[in-house]
Design a protein around this ligand. Structure first.
Ligand code: SAM
Length: 319
């Protein structure tokens, strides 16, 4: 689906069967089995979840989470044929351990996390993720997020904004942009913000719009994306059975680094864990990386879905 196209979630459902990023690779990674128990922590429109349920028929079960009530409504439709085998909850994946406890699922066979923003969210102008349409600066994945992008843009100090844009957007013009935002505010809409950024940080022959990195930074901050990924990984590890697999798709280097570091750390045998020098105990590796290098979409997938181009899939298996 192209950026900027105005679509309602139902339009996506009716006219275009949803093929999520790295679909075949996710199903191959999790190898769903009849009777298995699986978790999709980022349901979106339910494309990966449907694949898992189909591959684990007739008795495989799936717990699906999403913070976004609109995504959940879409997923409910996609997954209606498998209703008896699904448990869909509007909740953050950071509550994964609690959600598993509530189902009395002690250990699951596979977990998928497809991080970030969905096409439905991006293409719904009033969600404020895109500057291709003029809309309120919202960017919240769900109603549980306390602050919108407008709150950050209009209330943070210049140095807080500059730090945020630099850290989460990896934007070298962060100071200039923060200064311009503070001068121009209050700013209420996506286009107002994009115009302010474009004025002080014009295109330098780059493919991406100058506002892209600042929009990414605000979205990450609004939704506490990096802290959420850090919080879910140990819970996912704890929730897997031995031999169970965790598959994570990330879309920018900041979240990929968190996943990569966690997988590397957990796949080492540690003798004398540094934080327990005095009571040195061996800690065996808890994970095995299935792919040392991340799996990325092939040319065909990128051609049919340009947004897939920055996707990276890492897979680990519990020891
Ligand atoms: C890239 S989409 C997932 C698409 C999905 N794999 C599919 O097949 O349609 C990411 C989804 O994760 C959700 N999300 C983001 N942060 C979340 C969190 N902390 N907990 C649960 N869901 C989250 C978003 O609302 C969005 O619907």
């Amino acid at each position: 689906m192209c950026r900027g196209q105005i679509t309602s979630p139902l339009h996506i459902m009716n006219d275009r069967p949803h093929q999520p990023v790295l679909y075949k690779e996710i199903i191959h990674a999790l190898q769903p089995q009849n009777g298995g128990r699986y978790v999709d922590g980022t349901l979106g429109a339910g494309g990966h979840a449907r694949g898992i349920l189909e591959a684990s028929a007739p008795d495989g079960q799936l717990l699906g989470l999403d913070v976004d009530p609109q995504a959940l409504a879409l997923a409910r439709k996609t997954l209606a044929p498998y209703e008896q085998r699904t448990h869909l909850v509007q909740a953050s994946y950071i509550s994964l351990s609690r959600q598993l406890d509530q189902l009395s699922w002690k250990a699951v066979d596979g977990i998928v996390l497809d991080l970030g923003v969905s096409s439905m969210q991006f293409d719904t102008p009033e969600r404020g993720f895109s500057f291709m349409n003029d809309a309120p600066l919202d960017m919240r994945f769900g109603p549980s997020m306390l602050q919108s992008a407008a709150d950050l843009v209009n209330e943070y100090s210049e140095s807080e904004l500059a730090d945020l844009i630099y850290r989460y957007g990896e934007e070298r013009d962060s100071r200039k942009i923060a200064r311009a935002i503070v001068r121009a505010r209050p700013l209420h809409t996506t286009r107002e913000l994009a115009a302010v950024i474009e004025a002080v940080s014009p295109r330098r022959g780059e493919r991406i719009h100058p506002a892209t990195r600042t929009f990414q930074a605000l979205r990450i901050a609004v939704n506490e994306e990096l802290a959420s990924v850090e919080a879910v990984l140990p819970q996912a590890l704890a929730g897997l059975r031995s031999g169970g697999r965790l598959a994570v798709i990330s879309f920018h280097s900041l979240e990929d680094r968190i996943v990569k570091d966690f997988f590397r750390e957990q796949s080492k045998d540690l003798i004398n864990p540094p934080y327990e020098q005095i009571y040195a105990e061996e800690r065996k590796a808890t994970l095995k990386e299935v792919n040392r290098k991340p799996i990325t979409p092939g040319e065909d997938e990128i051609k049919s879905n340009p947004r897939a181009r920055s996707a990276k899939l890492r897979i680990a298996e519990k020891m």
